[in-house]
Design a protein around this ligand. Structure first.
Ligand code: SF4
Length: 236
């Protein structure tokens, strides 16, 4: 057994956990292939949060159209969104799809921010990550992936974002099981990685890059995959 590299708050030496080296090796290989991803695109933390809600079941290019509509209308702010009638908000974010539901979700988040933190994102970000995560999960329209995206990319707090690409790739690699829950997959990463915001940020973005360009749903391009020598499903 190697010497513990780093210790988490609960003092468990993470090096002892099975697969830790493998998870870091995968990161290194992905970074070597794709380089820094510069996530999350957004000029302000508030814009990142709006993007995290609008990107549910939507392609990012359509989210960008919705966000630029909000900007053009001068409404990409807490006050702007709260001040808009819901139908008008829905019309502005129409390109992102499910616009009536998403308008309600944006309003719900803004109301939460206003009521719990007087609209102050810095006060929200100062909360301990696990407590804030529970609060966010209680906001209408904020599921686990959205909550973790907000925590990591808007608040700069250490949590791992799990999405469909993460599930597909790590299942194919043989590192997670087909019936694992979101929380089990999130814990898999967080138990094996140092609690580092830059690392969690880049790792998730690199998984998305691999899922979009190489580990495709129907025909994975294993011959050009930087993980093929580690992968139980490789077709190479
Ligand atoms: S080797 Fe193939 S199946 Fe495995 S992660 Fe790479 S692209 Fe996906």
């Amino acid at each position: 057994m190697g010497k513990p590299i780093t210790e988490r708050k609960d003092q468990r030496p993470v090096v002892e956990i099975e697969g830790r080296g493998r998870v870091l090796e995968i990161y290194e290989r992905l970074f070597g292939r794709f380089g820094p991803q510069h996530w999350w695109p957004g000029e302000t933390p508030f814009e990142v949060i709006v993007g995290a809600i609008l990107t549910q079941s939507a392609a990012w290019r359509n989210v960008e159209k919705a966000i630029s509509n909000l900007k053009a209308e001068g409404c990409l702010s807490l006050e702007g969104i709260l001040g808009l009638p819901e139908e008008k908000l829905a019309a502005l974010i129409r390109p992102s799809g499910y616009y009536n539901v998403k308008a309600r979700k944006l309003k719900a988040f803004c109301l939460f921010l206003e009521e719990a933190y007087k609209g102050n994102l810095d006060a929200m970000r100062a909360r301990p990550v696990d407590e804030l995560r529970v609060e966010l999960l209680n906001v209408y329209g904020v599921g686990r992936e959205t909550a973790d995206s907000i925590l990591l990319y808007a608040c700069g707090l250490p949590t791992f974002v799990v999405d469909a690409y993460t599930r597909r790739i790590f299942e194919r690699l043989g590192l997670i099981g087909p019936r694992w829950s979101y929380e089990e997959i999130r814990r898999f990463f967080m138990d094996r990685l140092p609690a580092s915001v830059p690392l969690f940020n880049e790792y998730h973005a690199l998984i998305v890059a691999l899922g979009k360009e190489v580990c495709l749903a129907r025909k994975p391009r294993c011959e050009r995959c930087p993980l093929n020598s580690l992968c139980k499903s490789s077709l190479r």
